[in-house]
Design a protein around this ligand. Structure first.
Ligand code: AMP
Ligand code: GLY
Length: 426
């Protein structure tokens, strides 16, 4: 089988590495991919959002199956376009990707079908939104409706901050058209859990749970980033909570999408908060999370391609989805300065074989004319190690990461510490 993977980050590298392990897969194209994956995939310089160019590529090259990984092409209808050309795909169609593409859509869906989430109001009118802030209790969370590179959520401790957030999103349009509507919602508290799941619209099969670390600095300080590291499984997510989530959130979401005529097929990501009132949905994503994928897929023992094919053919219930009874930790190495300004273009050295069977997933790197791998992004790469305990996985990931080097490298030193504390709390 020849597989096309759309996307270019560490998540895509993890997906491609796992697909390459499948005996059914003999060639992988990555569009555009990145310089760190050229050993296992043929990278083609076509942007993930350039749907006409992707279709043209498929017309001229034999492709048996496509995996559309990032949110933008999914929301733009990449799967619809490829399916029209007869290419089976892993990933939701445009009308189902809306679950991530519009926060107003997803909040209204949850309200209509009784899926637990923060109380909220939707505003299209700036003055009405400003008036609402004057009466609502703080803290408040202000969210731009559309995709905003993961930055469209502003936690406002005071009314003053909420007014500023509304001005930025609705008046100054810092997230562009994404900000023409906003959701203002209740601030929730509790540990966060990411649950990625496979679904074909008939069953939902959750993957091992995980925990992201979104802030740039140790102890969750500093700016929000795309994610500075992950661990799996998430110790806060007990078997009891998992059963409750299946009953109150996962199945109701799948059924709601079916009822709305928007059957979701692909990876449905549940961003959950475990509040005192029970688990609630903070956000849905219509795709694998990054860097959650970099800890979830290394623990997957079953054949990823077999699962993806079964999702596309709506027979997911027939295949095995098995995870190792182990723990994984991914430490992201970024360019110092990220998520603000940073320098790049520095050579990256990675040992031929990493210690502890660790894996490196390249996110922001390119090859120069001498085939040297150079840094080319904020988040450069992630190093994932597995261990029998979470403490082992963390220690092994950091030890392996110490052998990966580039100038101006920055990483958090506390990935997994909050999760370790959860074990102490039990
Ligand atoms: P998102 O971009 O939707 O992933 O949101 C970013 C982060 O904002 C989440 O991971 C949460 O930590 C936080 N967040 C979003 N909504 C809420 C809420 N209603 N209450 C508290 N924190 C929230
Ligand atoms: N790690 C969060 C996300 O992928 O959106």
């Amino acid at each position: 089988m020849t597989i096309l993977v759309i996307g270019s980050g560490g998540r895509e590298h993890a997906i491609i590495q796992k697909l390459a392990e499948s005996p059914k897969v003999n060639k992988i194209y990555a569009l555009p991919g990145n310089g760190g994956m050229t050993d296992i995939a043929e990278c083609v310089a076509i942007g993930a959002k350039d749907i006409p160019a992707i279709c043209e590529f498929v017309k001229n090259n034999p492709v048996d199956f496509a995996v559309v990984a990032p949110d933008d092409p999914l929301v733009l209808g990449c799967v619809d376009a490829l399916e029209e050309m007869g290419i089976p795909c892993f990933g939701p169609r445009k009308n189902a990707a809306e679950i991530e593409g519009s926060k107003v859509f997803s909040k209204n869906l949850m309200k209509k079908y009784g899926i637990p989430t923060a109380a909220y109001e939707v505003f299209e009118d700036y003055d009405k939104a400003m008036a609402y802030v004057e009466t609502a209790p703080s803290p408040l969370v202000v969210k731009a409706d559309g995709l905003a590179l993961g930055k469209g959520v502003l936690i406002c401790q005071t009314r003053e901050e909420a007014r500023d957030a509304l001005k930025e999103i609705m008046e100054d349009k810092v997230f562009g058209a994404s900000g023409s509507r906003v959701v203002i919602e209740e601030f929730l508290e509790g540990p966060e859990v990411s649950v990625l799941s496979f679904t074909d619209g008939k069953v939902v099969v959750p993957m091992v749970s995980s925990m992201d670390h979104k802030r740039a600095g140790d102890n969750d300080t500093g700016l929000n980033t795309g994610g500075m590291g992950t661990i799996a499984p998430n110790p806060y997510y007990t078997a009891e909570i998992a059963a409750e989530c299946m009953e109150k959130i996962f199945l109701p979401t799948m059924n709601a999408m079916n009822t709305e005529g928007r059957t979701f097929k692909g990876c449905l990501y549940f961003g959950l908060m475990l509040t005192k009132k029970g688990p609630m949905v903070i956000e849905y994503n219509c795709r694998f999370g990054d860097p959650e994928t970099q800890v979830v897929l290394p623990l997957l023992e079953s054949d990823l391609f077999t699962i993806m094919e079964a999702v596309a053919e709506e027979r997911l219930a027939e295949v095995e989805v098995k995870f190792a009874e182990q723990n994984a930790c991914c430490v992201i190495m970024a360019s110092d300065g990220y998520p603000k300004k940073y320098e790049s273009g520095f050579p990256i050295t990675i040992p031929e074989k990493l210690k502890h069977n660790a894996k490196v997933y390249i996110a922001g790197a390119k090859r120069d004319e001498n085939n040297t791998l150079l840094t080319a992004g904020g988040r450069v790469l992630g190093v994932t190690a597995c261990g029998n305990t979470l403490a082992d996985a963390i220690a092994l990931a950091y030890d392996a990461a110490a052998d990966v080097q580039f100038a101006n490298a920055y990483k958090r030193n506390d990935i997994g510490q909050r999760a370790l504390a959860a074990y102490d709390e039990k």
